[in-house]
Design a protein. Sequence first.
Length: 99
Amino acid sequence: MIARDESFNDMTICLDGATFIGCKFDRCRLTFSGVLAVNLEKNEFNECIWEFSGPAQNTIGFMTLLYSGGAKELIESTFKNIQTGTIGGRRADDKEPAG
């Protein structure tokens, strides 16, 4: 699914494999399993419920265990990288090095 500048109200939407650009979501249930990549750009989310299942839920569970199991600094660093858009030492919008 590819949606641009659309509004979604009171719906359940599976994010896996979808692209949403400039969309507005009101009171939607958004589900993500992590099986397929999703693209979200410049959207607005109001009173939405987020659900994670499958690999996505497993990843969140693993990160929770790491945080409480002694790797708090790793998880805090991961969140900092998310907030700044840095992934693997690069910003999310940096281009891949030529090779």
